[in-house]
Design a protein. Structure first.
Length: 70
């Protein structure tokens, strides 16, 4: 199994967000976090895994019950 780089992950997340037509305000409301956390994460300045989990759940249409942040 090959590990993807941070840049590749960032591009994949951007494509998912664009294809879902998700706005940062949608993510803010669903996760109850501030606008700055969402914008910094989407720009790649700061890592916030729950945003990635939310986007992946929306994109693939399933719920992730448990996840571990390593």
């Amino acid at each position: 199994m090959e590990t993807i780089s941070y840049d590749q992950k960032h591009i994949i997340i951007k494509v998912m967000v664009a294809s879902l037509d998700l706005k940062s305000s949608d993510i803010e409301e669903q996760l109850h976090i501030s606008r700055s956390v969402v914008s910094r994460h989407l720009r790649g300045e700061r890592e916030y895994p729950p945003i990635d989990i939310y986007i992946i759940e929306k994109f693939f249409g399933f719920k992730i019950k448990e996840f571990n942040i390593v």
